[in-house]
Design a protein around this ligand. Structure first.
Ligand code: NAD
Length: 362
């Protein structure tokens, strides 16, 4: 498996985005987030997303060099329209504006609607944490057919709607960072398992007949008319399904964004809507106690005896920290993804020799 250096991948993404027509800062922001997702261990949201972005730009669904516009400015309440621009620009600017408002008011509620894919949501919580803010983010995904069934249902009705929350540590990094899809497994994981001919964990997919299964092909089943039949299962039965539904309503419906019902277009866009609540710990008057409590609580959680079937305890955000340590010297990109990256760079307008110089041969 080819191992690539983070700087090398970053440079490749910058060049590909600039070949598409992105201004330098936009290209940098896209590269920053995608490489950081790989480093955090989330390859599903890393450089492997680039081909879908190139496709979005080429097909006119993703607008380059676009910035969020203010729809509602109520002081601590801000609604922004992402204008189907790069999520990496929309997310970055929305969080910057939100932190400014939270500094002023103690809290900011920032709605970002109609953004192209905003990637790994933890990136936005980390931006807030680096500024010293606690934050909560609820997200929905639209533009393509839904992937996840509501509890009790056999047909997909919403996306993998992520929920994310982080509290900052004293050093500006998140003290805790919970960043998760609300389906048990991601759609991409089912695709990888199907390609490899392996099973997914039991009861994570619902087949076309409404039965729970571990067969990934059941998720990708399409009938002769091209209609997809399978669905992913939301985590935690009615609780995860309920959280996904609230993500749908609070991130989108509340902000004038679209939910996943079929009256909204399903034209292949990857649109995210996100509601962020950003809180300045200093405004509570208890910031020092807050940081003390975070540290004491973390120790208390980690010092527990182990459950008999588990060999370690981690707190949310720790797996990503561990991945960053392990991947700092480079990360694997599988040959299929590498070939897709080369093809997308070519589609963006880079010459074959330049692509090889940037990312190597297939
Ligand atoms: P995951 O299951 O790998 O991790 C979820 C959370 O659990 C993380 O906060 C992680 O730190 C924590 N965690 C993992 N293992 C743990 C352990 N053993 N002990 C304690 N905590 C642990 O993540 P996921 O649900 O597969 O989501 C992957 C990424 O996909 C996320 O970054 C999410 O934002 C992103 N996503 C984005 C979209 C979008 O449309 N933009 C949609 C869905 C998911």
């Amino acid at each position: 498996m080819p191992k690539l250096q983070p700087d090398q991948v970053h440079n490749f993404i910058v060049h590909t985005c600039q070949a598409l027509g992105s201004e330098p800062l936009e290209a940098e922001l896209v590269a920053d987030q995608l490489v950081d997702a790989n480093l955090a261990g989330h390859d599903s949201h890393g450089v492997g997303m680039l081909p879908s972005y190139v496709d979005g730009v080429v097909n006119g669904r993703l607008r380059i060099n676009s910035h969020p516009t203010v729809v509602v400015d109520g002081g601590a309440l801000l609604t922004l329209d992402g204008n189907a621009g790069f999520g990496q620009v929309n997310g970055h600017e929305a969080m910057s504006m939100g932190m400014e408002r939270a500094s002023e008011h103690g809290v900011a509620v920032v709605g970002l609607r109609n953004s192209y894919h905003i990637g790994r949501i933890g990136h936005w919580a980390e931006q807030c944490a680096a500024g010293g803010f606690a934050s909560l983010h609820l997200v929905n995904v639209i533009g393509h057919p839904p992937l996840v069934a509501a509890y009790g249902g056999a047909e997909a009705r919403f996306g993998t709607n992520p929920f994310c929350a982080a509290v900052p540590g004293r050093d500006g990094r998140p003290g805790f960072l919970l960043d998760m899809a609300t389906s048990i497994i991601a759609g991409g994981k089912a695709r990888v398992a199907a390609n490899k001919g392996v099973k997914v964990p039991p009861n994570t997919i619902i087949d076309v007949d409404g039965n729970l299964t571990d067969d990934p092909n059941a998720f990708w089943y399409t009938d002769p008319t091209g209609k997809r039949g399978g669905a992913l299962v939301a985590f935690g039965d009615h609780k995860g399904s309920g959280l996904a539904i609230m993500c749908e309503l609070l991130s989108a419906a509340l902000l004038g964004g679209e939910t996943a019902h079929p009256k909204n277009p399903r034209d292949g866009r990857i649109i995210n809507n996100m509601l962020s609540i950003i809180i300045d710990p200093a405004a509570t008057g208890e910031a020092e106690a807050f940081f003390d409590e975070i540290e004491l609580f973390r120790d208390f959680v980690l010092e527990s005896r182990l459950r008999s079937d588990c060999d370690q305890i981690l707190v949310p955000g720790q797996p990503e920290q561990i991945a960053r340590e392990e991947r700092a010297g480079g990360f694997d990109v599988d040959p299929v993804t590498l070939e897709q990256l080369r093809a997308s760079a070519s589609r963006a307008g880079l010459e074959a020799e330049e692509i090889t110089a940037l990312i190597g041969d297939a």
